[in-house]
Design a protein around this ligand. Structure first.
Ligand code: ATP
Ligand code: MG
Length: 348
């Protein structure tokens, strides 16, 4: 029996689109595991409320999340909302205000037939994109002049701080098993590029036990398609990490299976979400694959010290995919609920 002290509070933000569909399966699966988690649903954080009241995330909600320290997140985004302030006001605000500076995005091939690559290239895909999550090109610093005229000029500034770069590179070296590949575009992006290079060299020299390499982002994209199994940890900035992790997700079986963790390893806070977004084209059709949300829940369990429970979830997902008890994106015929039930039935 779980004791009072073992109960861990989890905030659930299902969000928009397929977010609520896949998050429900993740929560049911965590409940089936009986890991002693207590869930508080913040299901009012969504596009409906934003359209009605203009509210993305309240200060009170942010504090509730801060107090709990752990969030299971679905997705934000809705075709009716064109103002980027909404998504920025929810997800980017949670990432920055809680200083969740690591975006940890593993790509593990669940089943060989899921990869779009040829036999010899897909074997052994097991890498992680460690994406800097609080600065870079996504801080919203910049502006526009003569907006809406043929003479319009826009600037989006990329911010890189010594603290921001050193803590993400150090984190990458801390979680690597074999190697770290630092990815930048320092041949074209001058100032930030030099900072990343300098910090990476210093960190590399402190970790002679690991193989270190560097690639420009264009070459990294090419090499990921050609020889993905050669990568272990890839560390990079916010925007390159965003793009390369969609690539690694697809190489490893598709966006529907990709999991991620937004974490602050110092405070222990974490927000766990599938890599995919709200996928408006498949909402309400039962086509949403719950695997990415369930595997994100497994990352949550791992960070909460529940390693054997995390492994049980991962095994269950792998088993259902191998037996094709899964959604159509993975070659199955099940709907979202049935795929979630199959995962729960496969728990040992
Ligand atoms: P957002 O702006 O919220 O990111 P999006 O339109 O970019 O939404 P994504 O969620 O990023 O959509 O996904 C891109 C496409 O991949 C979707 O349109 C959908 O067809 C497919 N997809 C995404 N997630 C899943 C899933 N869990 N199961 C099945 N297919 C998915
Ligand atoms: Mg998207």
């Amino acid at each position: 029996m779980q004791t009072e002290q073992n109960t861990q509070k989890i905030i659930v933000i299902p969000g928009d689109g397929i977010g609520p569909e896949v998050t429900e399966e993740a929560v049911l699966t965590l409940q089936a595991l009986g890991a002693g988690l207590e869930f508080t649903f913040l299901d009012r954080i969504n596009a409906d409320r934003y359209l009605r009241d203009g509210v993305a995330l309240t200060d009170g909600e942010l504090e509730e999340v801060r107090t709990a320290g752990t969030v299971l997140f679905g997705a934000v985004g809705d075709p009716r909302v064109t103002n980027p302030d909404y998504a920025r006001g929810v997800l980017l605000r949670l990432r920055t205000d809680l200083d969740l500076y690591v975006n940890y995005r593993p790509a593990v091939l669940l089943d060989e037939r899921l990869s779009p690559l040829r036999d010899e290239s897909r074997r052994g895909i097991d890498c992680v994109v460690v994406r800097e999550n609080t600065e870079g090109l996504y801080t919203g610093v910049g502006g526009s002049l003569r907006t809406g005229t043929p003479d319009e000029v826009t600037v989006d500034q990329e911010t890189n701080t010594h603290l921001g770069v050193s803590r993400i590179v150090e984190y990458a070296y801390g979680v690597a098993r074999r190697s770290v590949c630092m990815v930048d575009k320092s041949n074209a992006v001058r100032f930030g590029g030099q900072l990343w290079q300098r910090v990476w060299r210093e960190t590399r020299d402190r970790h002679p036990e690991l193989d270190s390499s560097h690639l420009y982002v264009d070459v990294a994209a090419m090499k990921l398609v050609k020889d993905p199994a050669s990568f272990d940890v890839i560390v990079t900035n916010n925007s390159y990490g965003d793009i390369l992790s969609d690539l690694t997700a697809e190489l490893a079986g598709g966006l529907g299976t990709a999991a991620s963790a937004n974490i602050n390893p110092v405070t222990g806070m974490g927000l766990y979400e599938p890599v995919h977004g709200s996928a408006p084209d498949i909402v309400g059709k039962g086509l949403a694959n719950p695997a990415g949300a369930v595997l994100s829940a497994a990352l949550l369990l791992r960070d909460r010290g529940l390693k054997s429970e995390a492994e049980a979830l991962e095994r269950a997902v792998r088993r259902t995919v191998a037996e094709r008890r899964c959604t159509p994106d993975l070659g199955g015929t099940l709907n979202t609920r049935q795929a979630g039930e199959a995962i729960r039935a496969a728990l040992d």
